[in-house]
Ligand binder design. Structure first.
Ligand code: AR6
Length: 171
């Protein structure tokens, strides 16, 4: 499994699966979530509504992941995951690690080879970039032994500051 970094927009990535930093409602939002629904078109929201009507009637719990169509995106699937809101009072890093682990487990079930991740929880959910990069990279590396179909995990960092932080951590 190769870990690669690019600076850019996750909705433009040609990969098998794009991971969405969603919220429990699965009904869209701002940041990456807003961009994915905007560019992916209404089929993604339709699929999310079906998940809410079925398996995830109470919403997608934090740290879990579920796949839908990627609609009009140049990808096959969107894997929605819900990052934790950063808290200074409570260590929620296991939930952030779980987002990466569970997304890769879902990607493996789909037999995806290439998966693009945003820096989950580092926008609206307030996680400091350096700590989020440390947790993300460790979680992906830890999944390496159990995930067989994924050959590339691509982190798509929105700005150069985020890219530099991930690059320094990746070494
Ligand atoms: N491509 C790649 N990265 C992006 C893009 C993009 N198009 N847009 C933003 N980022 P955020 P969160 C970066 O806020 O913190 C939504 O409302 C951004 O700079 O998208 O997990 C959901 O519905 C930041 O580094 O996700 C939830 O309610 C990172 O992606 C909530 O936000 C994540 O920022 C989730 O918050």
């Amino acid at each position: 499994m190769n870990i690669t970094l690019v600076q850019g927009d996750i909705t433009a990535q040609r990969v098998d699966a794009v991971v969405n930093a969603a919220n429990s409602s699965l009904m869209g939002g701002g940041g990456v979530d807003g961009a994915i629904h905007r560019r992916g078109g209404p089929d993604i929201l339709r699929a999310c509504r079906e998940l809410r009507a079925g398996r995830f009637g109470r919403g997608l719990p934090t740290g879990q992941a579920v796949a839908t169509t990627a609609g009009l995106l140049p990808a096959r699937w969107v894997i929605h995951t819900v990052g934790p809101v950063h808290s200074a009072a409570e260590d929620r890093s296991h939930l952030l690690a779980s987002c990466y682990r569970e997304s890769l487990r879902v990607a493996d079930e789909l037999e995806a080879a290439t998966v693009a991740f945003p820096a989950i929880s580092t926008g609206i959910y307030g996680w400091p970039m350096d700590d989020a990069a440390r947790i993300a990279l460790a979680a992906v590396r830890a999944a390496e032994t159990s995930v067989t179909s994924v050959t590339e995990v691509r982190f798509v960092l929105f700005d150069s500051a985020a890219y530099e932080v991930f690059a320094a951590r990746l070494g």
